[in-house]
Design a protein around this ligand. Structure first.
Ligand SMILES: [Zn+2]
Length: 300
């Protein structure tokens, strides 16, 4: 192994959380946040910050911490929330806090008296004396409070998000039929979140390698699509499992935890040997993303 390759890859790996990392964050935060009341909210007024509706969070109780794709979803109960039926008799959807870590976001639970960090964009003071701090140096993350389930116009990506890859909603035949209808490169389709939620650059490369499909392929027939469906599931399930066993602490809740180059088959391994056929793995740019694949065993 050439150490230089490792160094570059690790630097990249440390920055972008995908579904398994967000699921790990969710599992860590859920027992801490469920049932806590938000006492006060502070946020960064920067014009590029993807922040909206946070003033509505004050006084709300966090009912649970869920996830869709790479989004964290926390349903909120207001002070006067009476179980879901409003004065008009209509179903009251309540509010929902939506968080997305973007490329560099990290969530930390700190003592409320701890000074605001240099890259802290949002701080939720909780009724137990702690603060949920959202740090995001590059401001690609998001924090919004919306009416539950109503994601337009603020969060269009969430509104069109495809099925959860690890749920029964991710149907193999429907996935194959949708892939057959397009002539876009298959990797771009995996990344756009509408076919399946939560797959980012790393796990797209890993899934395509496992299914032996070239990332630039524009024709993926039924049997290859079914293989890809299974690969997406296997790769993500294994990564979620790994995250669960390598948990460290909240200060590392940013996608860095639990993910190492040695556990990946292609991503970050350009120039190294394919673990299946020993050909040299190639790195190209596809859909504006660095993409690593095996030119020998992944077919177009
Ligand atoms: Zn190969």
């Amino acid at each position: 192994m050439r150490p230089a390759v490792d160094q570059v890859a690790l630097a990249t790996l440390r920055t972008v959380p995908e579904l398994p990392e967000v699921e790990s964050v969710r599992r860590q935060l859920a027992p801490e946040l469920t049932g806590r009341r938000v006492v006060e909210v502070w946020w960064d007024p920067h014009p590029h910050a993807r922040i909206s509706g946070l003033e509505q969070a004050a006084g709300q109780v966090i009912r649970s911490v869920g996830r869709r794709g790479k989004f964290l979803l926390c349903p909120l109960d207001g002070p006067g929330f009476a179980g879901g039926i409003g004065a008009s008799g209509a179903r009251d959807a309540g509010l929902e806090l939506v968080l997305h870590l973007g490329m560099t976001g990290a969530l930390r639970l700190v003592d409320a008296t701890e000074p605001t960090g240099a890259h802290e964009r949002v701080g939720f003071d909780l009724d137990d004396g702690r603060r949920l701090a959202f740090n995001d140096p590059r401001r690609f993350g998001r924090a919004s409070v919306v009416v539950a389930g109503r994601y337009l116009p603020d969060i269009p990506t969430l509104a069109v998000l495809g099925p959860e890859p690890l749920s029964p909603d991710f149907d193999p035949e429907r996935f194959a039929a949708q892939l057959a209808r397009t002539r876009a490169p298959v990797k771009a389709r995996l990344l756009d979140q509408r076919l399946v939620a939560g797959v980012g650059n790393i796990y797209a490369d890993e899934s395509l390698w496992r299914a032996r499909i070239h990332p630039a392929s524009r024709r993926v027939g039924r049997s290859r699509a079914l293989a890809l469906h299974a690969a997406v599931r296997d790769v993500l399930a294994a990564a979620v499992e790994r995250e669960g066993t390598t948990f460290r602490d909240y200060q590392l809740v940013n996608g860095a935890s639990g993910r190492y180059l040695s556990e990946l088959d292609v991503y970050g391994r350009g120039g190294l040997e394919c673990r299946r056929c020993t050909a040299t793995l190639r790195r190209i740019v596809l859909a504006q993303r660095g993409t690593t694949y095996c030119p020998s065993c992944q077919r177009i």
